[in-house]
Design a protein around this ligand. Structure first.
Ligand SMILES: Cc1cc2nc3c(=O)[nH]c(=O)nc-3n(C[C@H](O)[C@H](O)[C@H](O)COP(=O)(O)OP(=O)(O)OC[C@H]3O[C@@H](n4cnc5c(N)ncnc54)[C@H](O)[C@@H]3O)c2cc1C
Length: 448
């Protein structure tokens, strides 16, 4: 530690309320929250021998955004816009800027993020570090393809401006690099043009997985956004039944914005037993019936279409104090039909299914990151209320199926994958140009 750092008060405070979205991993975490970029370079000396990790609002489900053996840098104070060219749609902003704030700036000018995850309460740094994907993966690929440059602060090389051309290896390491290649200080992103804030959304209820594959194939050709919600409590002939939704932007010049203030809240943690085979089965049947009645095409604002869950603040508390594990895998195209069918059968029979199951096909556009998750095939994502060994055993069975099918698991959603599973999911993992001063709980588990 330097003499200056030793005499200055430490910017780190201990917090025990810092959990990730799944709320399973708990513990005390040392946290600093800088308000200006020039404070970042002093943090390692205050951290002493401890490793650091930059984090956003922890919308990652597991432990990739935690570093309980070291300290974290909460980037939410670094949320300023640096430059926005409304003619070209190039935005440069600090890494702590949230998608919600970005939308407020860019939508009225006719621009939108090139792809977006299912929540707008994420930061630029977070979405780059996970190379996130959205409902338009088949046409746009994952987010990293639209990143023009970023500022990266490394403990061994100082502050760098990285573009795909200036340092291809560091660029590829940092896109989807789980925050381990340096602190991303700012990001420059190419946005996409929109002619209004609404989409034509077609809801297509379907009865089984075969129908899903046909709909996915057909829709990828003429719809920019596609996704399906699955009733994963349904077994037998109904395995994989669900609601397919597909959408294109409408060019009507109506650029109204979303409203974050209209959130509903979950006031208390739900009791752990509230989600069980019977309540979930009943909810899924009801959801299927209600949405089947809405079949057809409707004009919908981008907020309920892309961010339906954002309408309920803290919905993760529905899973009770023990929290939940999300499981998201991708299965290569040649194995997707058999593997997904088998996984859904096992999940339905387990009675542990939750109501949030999503199935989507990824397109062929390559992801740029060494640890990027999206690849051609189909991705299945679902939540499981955490019930200890019972849940872990089920997920281990699913792992075996993913392995057998040469698939991969998504670190952003994971809090438990084994070293072996990680290494098989990301065979190039040793190429990651890790910053020696950074670490995370996830990395300690899978790579050390
Ligand atoms: C309701 C919901 C829907 C979702 N839907 C999708 C989806 O459709 N597609 C998808 O891909 N993901 C999805 N996700 C996951 C989410 O988009 C990612 O986990 C996202 O990266 C979280 O961003 P964050 O800002 O909360 O970052 P955190 O979760 O806090 O951190 C994520 C990672 O980014 C790193 N990081 C954060 N900031 C920086 C920085 N400045 N410098 C370096 N590293 C940094 C962290 O170290 C960590 O490794 C969803 C999550 C939720 C809760």
């Amino acid at each position: 530690m330097t003499a200056k750092a030793a005499s200055a008060p430490s910017p780190f405070v201990e917090r025990s309320d810092l959990v990730s979205w799944g709320r399973v991993s708990r513990g005390v975490q040392r946290v600093a929250r800088p308000g200006f970029r020039d404070e970042l370079s002093g943090l390692p000396s205050h951290a002493g021998d401890e490793s650091l990790l930059a984090i956003g609002p922890r919308r990652s489900y597991g432990d990739s955004c935690l570093n309980r053996a070291g300290a974290v840098v909460d980037m939410s104070g670094l949320d300023r816009f640096i430059a926005f060219d409304a003619a070209t749609g190039v935005l440069r902003a600090e890494a702590g800027a949230s998608l919600s704030e970005i939308l407020r700036l860019v939508v009225p000018k006719g621009w939108f993020p090139p792809t977006t995850p299912g929540t707008r309460f994420v930061t630029l740094g977070g979405v780059v570090a996970n190379d996130v994907h959205g409902k338009n993966h088949h046409g746009a690929g994952s987010l990293g393809r639209h990143v023009r440059a970023f500022g990266l602060l490394r403990s061994d090389r100082g502050a760098l401006t990285v573009t795909p051309e200036s340092d291809p290896a560091l660029f590829a390491s940092t896109i989807g690099g789980l925050g381990l290649t340096g602190v991303i200080e700012w990001v420059e992103l190419q946005l996409v043009k929109i002619g209004g804030a609404h989409l034509d959304v077609e809801i297509v209820p379907y009865d089984n997985l075969d129908d899903f594959w046909s709909l996915a194939d057909e829709s990828a050709r003429s719809f920019e956004h596609t996704v399906a919600w699955l009733d994963c409590a349904a077994g037998g002939a109904g395995t994989g039944r669900g609601i397919f939704s597909r959408a294109n932007w409408i060019d009507d010049g109506a650029y109204d914005l979303h409203d974050d203030k209209s959130w509903k809240r979950i006031p208390l943690e739900a009791p752990g037993f509230a989600l069980n085979r019977f309540t979930v089965g009943a909810f899924n049947k009801l959801y299927h019936r209600v949405n089947s009645a809405k079949a057809g095409t409707h004009r919908q604002h981008y907020a309920p279409f892309f961010y339906p869950l954002d309408a309920v603040h803290d919905w993760n508390r529905l899973y009770g104090r023990r929290g939940m594990l999300q499981y998201q895998c991708v299965i290569p195209r040649e194995n997707q039909r058999d593997a997904i069918a088998e996984m859904l059968r096992v999940i339905a029979a387990s009675g542990q299914a939750s109501f949030l199951a999503v199935l989507k096909t990824f397109g062929d556009l390559p992801s740029l990151g060494v640890l990027s998750f999206p690849r051609p095939g189909a991705t299945l994502a679902l939540d499981f209320p955490f019930r200890g060994e019972t849940t872990l055993n089920l997920l281990a069975r699913l792992d075996a199926m993913v392995r057998e099918a040469n698939g991969a698991l998504y670190p952003a959603k994971d809090g438990r994958m084994s070293r072996e599973m990680f290494r098989r999911s990301f065979p190039r993992w040793e190429q990651l140009l890790k910053d020696p001063a950074l670490n995370s709980d996830f990395w300690t588990r899978v790579a050390q």
